[in-house]
Design a protein. Structure first.
Length: 435
């Protein structure tokens, strides 16, 4: 059954800044085009270059001419999906057939209505989506409520509904580690998070900026509230901030039968910015699978599955990813849940299709973003000259996930090999070749 891949990655839940249309989260049509198979439709916030589609199709083994990209060069919102001209174009492409499957990043109210308007055969979970059910899972405040109810280990923290409650929460949780993180209700990639510390402010994982905790916490809380809260906010989350030995995620998909199936895990890779004035760390990429100690792996799987089962019981169907850390003292704590595609889902999907299920038993995978950007032709030429291009025969090498010049001057690659050491060596060769 062909699918309609809906790249509604720029929704209010994906970004704290609702007006942003240039952040890489919103301009990810190229990397998510890798989900496509023969006959699919991609609803994208950006056009996808035909040359890139040819490369993608050739790599995955299907005719890219059978894939249609429908774009209005704007964020894919519910308003766009339900606009009359867009519905007309999508209806013409589906030709009134009910035999399509929807694959959105977010199961929004508009996606549910789109299915009804197009006459697509009902999928499990659409009723939940039609009532904005995913909102329960994509907000930081709701996560703490659900996770606490499920008994998951959480960092010391609380939900604040007013500036006064925020000041009280900061004062209460700051002594635990000397640093607190304040999280915007709707946000992604740390864009909506600030940290306050009694120590020397330095860039920290999961935070866009670290501030010195002032003597007048009430006045500072007013400033933080003004910066992070908005009309759609259900409050802010305040948590004691823990240094981490491991930052990782676990990803599940809940099928029509309501049973969560584990998909993949990964570790988040960050590094200091070369600019000493930067307030954030640089996102390097992801390592799949997460290389965690066995006992930590078992505990993380056990606890995360409880949360996945809870989301299934309340009616959600689709992908979820759950973020966690192991603190420097070895404690497992969970940070958030997202009812959407995870950042590593594309890498996982590609590897399953190219290598097979269970690839993580014998392969290491890494996404890599901190490489010099270049046109696709130049990158592929370098990969061929250096014998780095992914080979179906060896099942190792480099693939270009995205090289859209609109991606804030970034390129993203996928490195696949038989060991983590091989992947690191190949990354070094790739950086040197593209320098």
């Amino acid at each position: 059954m062909p699918k309609i891949i809906i790249l509604n990655v720029g929704t209010a839940h994906a970004l704290g800044d609702h007006s942003s249309s240039t952040h890489p989260i919103t301009r990810s049509g190229w990397r998510h085009a890798w989900f496509a198979e023969r006959g699919d439709i991609i609803v994208s916030p950006v056009a996808v270059d035909a040359e890139f589609l040819r490369y993608l199709g050739g790599t995955m083994g299907f005719d890219p001419g059978t894939v249609t990209v429908l774009s209005r060069e704007r964020l894919v919102t519910d308003e766009l999906l339900l606009s009359e001209d867009f519905l007309a174009d999508l209806g013409a492409l589906t030709d009134g057939s009910p035999g399509w499957r929807l694959m959105p990043c977010f199961w929004t109210q508009g996606v549910a209505e789109l299915a009804a308007r197009l006459g697509i055969e009902p999928q499990a979970g659409l009723g939940f989506a039609a009532q904005r059910g995913a909102d329960l899972l994509n907000r930081k405040t709701h996560f703490r409520q659900l996770a606490a109810g499920a008994g998951l280990p959480l960092p010391e923290g609380s939900v604040a509904r007013t500036p006064r409650e925020l000041a009280q929460a900061i004062e209460r949780h700051l002594p635990r580690t000397g640093t607190v993180i304040v999280k915007q209700d709707d946000g992604a990639g740390g864009l909506g998070n600030l940290t306050l510390t009694r120590g020397e402010p330095t860039p920290l994982p999961g935070s866009r900026e670290t501030l010195k905790a002032g003597e007048d916490l009430a006045a500072q809380a007013d400033e933080v509230w003004a910066a992070l809260a908005d009309d759609l906010s259900h409050g802010l989350v305040v948590e004691s901030y823990h240094a981490s030995a491991y930052q990782f995620y676990l990803e599940y998909v809940i099928g029509d039968d309501g049973v969560p199936r584990f998909l993949d895990s990964g570790e988040i890779r960050l590094r200091p910015d070369s600019d000493p004035e930067s307030t954030e760390l640089v996102w390097v990429g992801l390592d799949l699978p997460a290389a965690l100690p066995p006992a930590l792996t078992a505990e993380a799987m056990h606890q995360s599955l409880r949360l996945a089962e809870l989301t299934a019981r309340i009616g959600y169907r689709g992908h979820i990813n759950i973020d966690a850390i192991a603190t420097a003292s070895g404690d497992l704590v969970f940070n958030e849940i997202n009812a959407r595609w995870g950042g590593g889902l594309v890498a996982h999907d590609i590897c399953e299709r190219l290598i097979g299920r269970g690839y993580a038993d014998h392969h290491a995978v890494a996404t890599l973003r901190d490489v010099p950007p270049a046109p696709l032709d130049d990158v592929l030429r370098v990969l061929d000259e250096e014998q780095l291009r992914f080979s179906r025969d060896t099942r190792e090498g480099v693939l270009v996930l995205a090289c859209d010049p609109l991606l804030v001057n970034q390129m993203e690659c996928l490195v696949v090999g038989a060991s983590r050491d091989w992947v690191r060596e190949t990354e070094a060769r790739l950086r040197k070749a593209l320098a």
